[in-house]
Design a protein around this ligand. Structure first.
Ligand SMILES: Cc1ncc(COP(=O)(O)O)c(C=O)c1O
Length: 378
């Protein structure tokens, strides 16, 4: 039995994922947290901080900065000075601040879709226009349509916002794709904001994560890269994130945008993130092995409806052929809580979070199959 096989009762913890369906026989596979305990070494770090018993306003610990810098260098051969870093309470906060930092009258934010749904509120939050450009399915993977991005970009477009690994399609962009995207941003003078929160969760052994900003100093100058340890180590409730912004002017505008808006990050969150960035325990490798097993099961059941997931623990499933008015509600009717693709800019799709014990996954997949059969027989 794997350490990840254990079913943990999350009732009574006000879990967003589970309480959504409180009192109903609906198994939740929607919001992106996993039904696994955080690793012991991380819990020990939080416990040690907890034992101090005073939780005042806390500055960014030097040890956290060093841990993050070491993690970037170890994993991605990217060396960043401390002055490039802006610590923020969450990655979504960072997306919004990036748009505020680049906002101008009649400005626009360019967003390939489908994408993690909070991206889609960012332009309006910053008083900017939104330009959404559909990605394309190219055989077994989703790709950005550079020609469509070119055609959609206008003179007032200020910033391109992407996620890599991509939520919900599970793509991990390769070097050539990132370079092509960077060249496109260069041609149009765009800032690139890249949300890399899922970079620790690579399922395809052939996939390699590359921070787009690390490809070339010229790309770095136009970039805002967002990181957090909270996704891979499953502690999104101990939220802590960091923006890497090499250009001093852009960083100044980003810092100006956050004045009065972003609170101090909590000391327990700092402790968790520092422990995660320093991790050499092997826990993450074991988690990835387990998630790969889950992924095989999901792929076996969903087949051609999904493309193989290169990164993240999220499967993007095409159910357009079923002709459902409201796919989310339809699957709930079969006891399955999925994320409806419409919110991501992908109507007719659903997103299935497979970050859970195998037995729970199997129960969910059985319900998924029943729902597909049910729709096919009507
Ligand atoms: C791509 C992506 N970005 C950001 C977040 C959330 O980040 P945070 O909780 O730090 O705002 C998620 C959570 O699912 C995500 O999938």
């Amino acid at each position: 039995m794997s350490e990840f096989d254990r079913r943990i009762d999350r009732s009574g913890t006000s879990s967003a994922k589970w309480d959504q369906y409180q009192g109903r026989d609906v198994l939740p596979f929607w919001v992106a947290d996993m039904d696994f305990e955080a690793p012991d070494f991380l819990l020990d770090a939080v416990r040690a901080r907890l034992e101090h018993k005073v939780f005042g306003y806390t500055r960014i610990p030097d040890a956290l900065v060093a841990a993050f810098q070491g993690w970037l260098k170890r994993n991605y051969q990217w060396q960043v000075p401390e002055e490039w870093l802006v610590w923020i309470p969450g990655v979504v906060t960072g997306l919004n601040l990036a748009a505020m930092a680049t906002a101008q009258p009649n400005g626009a934010v360019l967003i390939p879709i489908p994408v993690y749904y909070p991206f889609l509120s960012v332009p309006a939050n910053a008083g900017q226009r939104s330009i959404e450009v559909p990605m394309e399915r190219d055989g077994n993977r989703w790709v950005m349509d550079i020609d469509a991005l070119e055609a959609a970009t206008d003179a007032e477009t200020r910033i391109l916002m992407i996620a890599n690994p991509q939520n919900p399609t599970g793509r991990v962009y390769d070097q050539a794709e990132l370079q092509e995207l960077a060249a496109f941003a260069e041609r149009h003078g765009l800032v690139i904001c890249c949300d890399e929160i899922h970079c620790g969760i690579l399922l395809d052994p052939a996939a390699r994560h590359r921070p787009i900003a690390s490809l070339d100093p010229a790309i770095a100058e136009r970039s805002i890269s967002l990181y957090a340890a909270t996704k891979a180590y499953n502690v999104p409730g101990l939220s802590c994130a960091v923006a890497v912004i090499p250009d001093a002017g852009l960083r100044r505008r980003f810092n100006k945008a956050r004045r009065g808006l972003t609170p101090f990050i909590g000391p327990l969150a700092y402790a968790a993130s520092e422990a995660a960035f320093n991790d050499d325990s092997g826990w993450l490798d074991r988690l990835l092995t387990y998630l790969r097993g889950n992924h095989e099961r999901v792929l076996a059941v969903a087949g051609e409806r999904m493309t193989p997931v290169e990164g993240t623990y999220l499967a993007w499933m095409d159910v357009r052929d079923l002709g459902l008015d409201d796919p989310g509600a339809y699957f709930e009717g079969f006891g399955l809580g999925l994320s409806d693709g419409a919110a991501f800019g992908g109507p007719g799709f659903v997103r299935f979070n497979f970050g859970c014990p195998r037995s729970l996954l199997e129960a969910g997949l059985a319900r998924f199959s029943a729902a597909i059969d049910g729709a096919a027989s009507t």
